[in-house]
Design a protein around this ligand. Structure first.
Ligand code: XBP
Ligand code: MG
Length: 234
């Protein structure tokens, strides 16, 4: 019997990447005097690396291989830039008010009514997740909010899902995961979890082999979702 739903955040609860995280990265770069600009299109490729600090590092290796941080201190440099990005992201959420995706609130309220436990598993930094949840749902509804650097190996590594299962004292069979990306799906499958994928602009052409269900969004009574693929045999 189903005991818990585990939600990814970015792209799953809300479309936070294009108008949220991406813009915040650009603001942080500009504020530190760098002329690096992440376009809407180029950001789709950068999303292949999860985690903000990891994504900046990947971008610099790829596009500015000669760049060296002051004193060669990568860790300090990335931490500073990422903290600034987090500040901008939180400010953006108050201005841009990125809404929840269709059906998210309905599903979460229905789960709560039925006593189904809720958790979050994300590679985003905790302050970002809390800022979004405070504006849209309620952080206290989620028993565990596993975020950011809580496990060193980020998605597609399964570590964050193992962490949530352990904290909730549940096995994979007790849970269903909601994810939006190939990397997120890989992480969940790696922990043996059944996964529903809700597609979005950046992830619609990715490979979702192994997902139980792939849908356009979670749906509302007056806005039914499109079933892109249903494979109950896997
Ligand atoms: C989303 C991510 C994050 C965000 C940026 O992961 O990969 O890195 O893009 O957030 P998920 P941070 O969909 O698993 O939540 O800069 O805080 O890492
Ligand atoms: Mg996601």
């Amino acid at each position: 019997e189903l005991q818990a739903l585990i939600f990814d955040v970015d792209g799953t609860l809300a479309d936070t990447e294009r108008d949220g995280h991406r813009v915040a990265f650009n603001k942080a770069f500009a504020e530190r005097g760098f002329d690096w600009v992440w376009s809407e299109f180029g950001y789709g490729e950068l999303l292949a690396v999860s985690g903000g600090k990891e994504r900046i590092y990947h971008y610099l290796q790829q596009y500015h291989p000669d760049f060296q941080p002051p004193g060669g201190n990568w860790e300090g440099f990335l931490a500073d830039l990422h903290a600034l990005k987090t500040k901008h992201y939180q400010e953006l959420l108050t201005q841009a008010a990125i809404p929840l995706r269709i059906g998210v609130k309905r599903l979460i309220l229905e789960a709560r009514e039925q006593g189904i436990r809720l958790a979050i598993a994300t590679t985003s930094a905790l302050p970002n997740v809390l800022a979004l949840l405070e504006r849209t749902l309620d952080p206290s509804w989620f028993e565990i909010i596993a975020a950011g650097d809580i496990v060193p190996a980020k998605k597609p590594a399964p570590d964050i899902y193992h962490y949530v299962l352990e904290k909730m004292q549940l096995t994979a069979n007790d849970c269903i995961v909601i994810e939006d990306s190939h990397h997120g799906l890989q992480a969940a499958l790696g922990a043996g979890l059944r996964t529903v994928v809700t597609l979005n602009h950046y992830t619609q052409n990715q490979d979702f082999t192994g997902a139980r269900l792939v849908v356009s969004h979670l749906g509302e009574p007056n806005q039914p979702c499109k079933y892109v693929r249903s494979d109950m045999s896997c």
